[in-house]
Design a protein around this ligand. Sequence first.
Ligand code: TXA
Ligand code: MG
Length: 368
Amino acid sequence: MGAKQKRSNGKTLLVEDGLFFNEGIEAAATLLKAGKVVVFPTETVYGMGGNIHSATAISSIFRIKGRPSDNPLIVHIFSKDQLTGLVEFTPDAALPLMNHFWPGPLTLVMNKRSSVSDMVTAGLQTVSVRMPSNSIALRLLRSAGVPVAAPSANLSGRPSITTFEEARLELEGKVDAIIDGGKTLFGVESTVLDVSRDPPLLLRPGAVTVEELRKYVRNLQVHPAAHGYASAESVVPSPGMRYRHYAPVNARVILFEGEGAIEALSSAAELCRRKGVSCASVVTSEADLAGTDVFISGSAERPETIARELFLLLRKLDRAGYEYILIEGIREEGMGLAVMNRIRRAATAVNPDVRSLLNHKNNRKLPP
Ligand code: TXA
Ligand code: MG
């Protein structure tokens, strides 16, 4: 093992960029094969990976994340050859999608083989599979040689992790290895598309946009919950849609969207100042606001810029101790749909009457 690699808290192998990076990835792959838990970068967000053939690895993932056991995991592969071990057959609709989007941020839900563990699929008859395009992820998967189940690396309910630093802050001492891949390319998770049914159904909007998908799936359906408004009561086809998600630990996220959003957000920020409540304003560059406690999420014209910063901003502002994060919504075009899905699900209120919101001392956050 390379001299540059270190173990912290007697447990976590940190694989950092440098002379011994390749050896580090090999060491992480060996850990994976042995049923250990490895956090690794993908082009979307960091994942918390485990060998799908190891019951210990899969149960460790659920335990470390605090993930409800009825929320299935995505299986990551490096080669289409691995599919035959996972699915009964490849639906016709999947072929052009795999050809065009793999490797890349598209997850396909297909009928599983009976050999795929119920722990991975949370008892469902389907399994979701994706082939990431991140080169470190691909090297790790190839070297491990086994399919790797990997949810987003964040603790359950929290914003996803998009940098090595955030992964260390949240998971050092809890997992067996963390691989440094810098900042992830897209910043939001993969698009989840159910091709086990016809017409195919979009379950989670993500880094592959609906507009792109429609070029390859003419009869694409988009589940209403893709907009992020699903409630705990509603019947949803993807268990992950049911849970509160992406929320900071302490700060409450308040979404301002639609006509007059900037004006409402600005007056909320003004009220915060008057009342001495610490509020961060997160706005697009087009909103043309500036000042302390104002943070730019990206450009409304290029939602992919916002996707890349969103989770990191939520995490940093939460750590900075803000009580409220007032955030401007964007149009649901391109990656804007994925961005709004994440913001709505992180938010405790949308377009609220701000005066009553700040007055309300018992305005406690919902449990994740
Ligand atoms: O970009 C990504 O997809 C990241 C990286 C690490 O690959 N992974 C990720 O995993 O976001 P996770 O566990 O945070 O989200 C997986 C989503 C959940 O909403 C889950 O319910 C859904 O996919 N899912 C998994 N298997 C499914 C299945 N068989 N049927 C329906 N939904 C499924
Ligand atoms: Mg997740």
